[in-house]
Every structure is written in C-alpha cells, then in structure tokens.
Design a protein. Structure first.
Length: 405
C-alpha cells in the first residue's frame, strides 16, 4: 500500500482545515469571553467607586475615611486597593499612591502605575482593574486584583487546548480510517484491472458498499462483463473464420500461383488466373476487415480516421462489382457528385458499401437495377444503396445487424 496517497493527503487536508477552523472559533470565543469577564470586573469596580463616592458628597469626609479604613483592614493581601486624594491638598487616604490621576476604567500595574503602601510579603498582584472618579471634594479610585481574570483566562485556554487536541485527534483518526479503507478498496480495483490486463478476464471487484467508491466499482465490473463478452465473441469469430476461410483460401492460392506462373499456358488463361488471385486477395482483405470490426466493437482497436474521397470510393466499388452485375443481367448505376470528401476509415467504409451492393445484386431478381448515390446537403452527406427488389421482410428486419446472417 502506498505510504502517502491522495486519500491520505485529502484526510490530512480535511483535518488541517478542521483544526484551523476550530482554532479560529476557539480564539474568537476566548477573546469574547475574556472581554466579557473584563467588563464584568470593571462594572463591579465602578460600582464600588460609586458607592464610596456617596460618602464623599458632604463637607465632612469622616464617613469616607472610615469606609476606606475598613477596606484597608479587610484587604491585607493587596487584593483590593483604594485611595482618595482631597482637593484641598491634605494627606491622601487609602493603601496606595497613584502616579497620575485619571477618570474611568484603567488597568494599572504595581510599580510604574501604582505604589502599594503596605505590600504583602508574597504573591504581590501583577495588576489591578481600577476606576477613577473626580469629585467636588477630591479624586477617588478603587481597584481589584486582576488575578481572577488571569485565572479564568488560563482555565479557558487550558480547556480549549485539551478540547482542540482531542477533537483534532478524533478527526485525524476518523479521516485516516476512511482514507485507509478507501485505499484498500482502490488497491483492490487496481489489482483486478491489472490482472484483467494480463488476461484473467473473469476477475471482478465485487465491492458491496453503498458509497461512491462502491458505485464506481460496480460500474467497472459491468464494463468488465462487457469486455469479457466482447473478447469471447472475438475469439469465437477468429476461430470460426480461421477454420472456415483462412485455410481453404491459403490452399487455393498456393495451387493457383504456380499455374499463373506457368509459361506454357495461353496468356488469356494466365490472365484469368491472375484475376482469380486478385479476387482471393480481396476476400482476404474482407476477412481482415471483419476481424478488425470485431476487435473494434470490443474496444480493442481505434477507427483510423483520414480524409476520404467518397465519390472515388463509390466508383471503386462499382468498378469491382460492375462486371459481375453485367454478366448477371443486372444494372449497377451511379448517382454521384464530382467531389465529396469526408473523414472516416476508408477500409471499413469500402467493405460496408461492398456488402450492401453485393446483397442488393444477389437478392434482387433479374433484371435488377442497383444504384449507389451520394447526396450532399448543408449539414449532412448521405451515402445510399437502392434497388428495385422486394426488400427485407418485416420478420427479418431485427436480424439485419447480426453477423453472418
């Protein structure tokens, strides 16, 4: 079995497309969920800031200071930050100092953006989601550690990675299974066709599936059945003709050739014997044409197409059969244009025309008139053989195309 066939490449391509689509879908899903979680956390931080801002509306900031102190007490690990910078320039409140005041949501990192006044000994947060608000009495900001966002992002990435890996593994396995299965069936087809080419015409694929490959195999089997029947027909015709025609014709020619070369015979007799030899050669050519037609119908021989002068071909047939028709008291007439050319196999057309004219002369009662005609129209060229005989009985019309009838 071939290591990297088209089926396998197709399976890998399908798996690659699936993996790419899953990766894109997962990336979009990860991005959307990350943004949604970030918006949720920003909303919660904003709500905390707005809740504290209510305590800073009055001139007395004692309530705000107490709430900030309570938050600082409950957040020793640095998970929540808060600061209030009074507008009068007095000492800021809270557990952080911010480098630059701002309004709205912002992501800050410890160090360059924000300074923790009482940092935890370990596990210092990597960043904060904050919200700043400017009030008449000063500037207020609260924030929360973004570790939750990072953890959720890692969980999403891990679960997506495992899901993608498992889906990719299953898709590749299924695709490879289908590809290997089809390869085995295609290999079977190739083996059968190769064996048929070597002469084992009775072999068949016999695929019992119900997919496209099975339908193709069934069509191939039907074609092989027709091929086997055609080959059997050719063999039968070849055997019959070889026994019935070739041997007698060869013996007859061997007997006539020495007589034709005998100088003691009168020249006229030698000429007649020469004509008989020519007739024998014509019969042999007819025999070869019949065999060629049999092979052609079985798909073993291609038609040799060439430019043919149809007028000259009809004249050659009339010249060949005209003398015999005249001796039998029959008339062989021609109705031909000056020059008509077609594409076809001259030998087969000649033999077909000879057969038609010979049948018309043989089976038409004397005195018969047989006519060979060629008629050219704008789109067609018609070659016809007509006679004034009785025609073919209706009961025998179905047998017209049978051989040797």
């Amino acid at each position: 079995m071939r290591a990297f066939t088209w089926s396998m490449r197709f399976a890998i391509a399908i798996s690659t497309v699936f993996a790419f689509a899953a990766l894109v879908a997962g990336g979009v899903s990860y991005t959307l969920q990350s943004k949604e979680m970030s918006r949720r956390l920003e909303g919660e931080v904003r709500a905390d800031t707005e809740a504290l801002a209510i305590s800073a509306r009055g001139a007395d900031l004692q309530d705000l200071s107490e709430q900030i102190s309570a938050r600082m007490t409950t957040s020793r690990d640095g998970a929540n930050i808060v600061t209030f910078v009074p507008a009068d320039g007095s000492e800021p409140l809270g557990n952080v100092r911010v480098a630059n005041q701002f309004e709205g949501a912002r992501h800050l990192e410890p160090g360059p953006d924000v300074t923790l006044l009482d940092p935890p000994g370990a596990n210092v947060p990597e960043g904060y989601v904050t919200f700043g608000m400017r009030l008449p009495s000063g500037w207020l900001m609260t924030g929360r550690d973004d570790a939750w966002l990072r953890e959720q992002g890692e969980i999403l990435a891990t679960s997506f990675g495992w899901g993608l890996g498992l889906a990719l593994l299953l898709s590749i396995s299924f695709a490879v299974f289908i590809a290997r299965r089809n390869e085995v069936r295609i290999d079977r087809m190739e083996q059968v066709l190769h064996a048929v080419g070597e002469g084992r015409h009775g072999l068949r694929i016999r695929d019992e599936g119900d997919d496209d490959v099975a339908r193709l195999a069934q069509s191939v089997d039907q074609a092989l059945d027709q091929l086997e029947a055609g080959i059997a027909s050719i063999r039968q015709v070849s055997t019959d003709v070889a026994h019935d025609l070739r041997a007698p014709l060869a013996r007859l020619r061997l007997r006539l050739e020495p007589v034709a070369l005998d100088s003691s015979l009168p020249l006229a007799q030698r000429g007649e014997i020469g004509k008989a030899l020519s007739d024998l050669d014509q019969v042999s050519e007819t025999f070869d044409a019949i065999l060629r037609l049999s092979r052609m119908q079985a798909g073993m021989v291609e038609i040799t197409r060439a430019s043919i002068d149809l007028t000259q071909l009809c004249q050659d047939v009339a010249e060949m059969l005209g003398a015999g028709a005249e001796d039998a008291g029959q008339e062989l007439a021609l109705d031909l244009p000056d020059d008509v050319r077609i594409e076809g196999d001259r030998e087969l057309l000649f033999q077909a025309l000879v057969n038609l004219v010979d049948n018309a002369l043989r089976y038409s009662p004397s005195p018969a008139r047989v006519s060979i005609g060629v008629h050219e129209t704008r789109h067609h060229i018609t070659l016809s053989v007509t006679d004034n005989g009785p025609g073919i009985p209706d009961r025998d019309l179905a047998r017209v195309r049978e051989r040797f009838v």
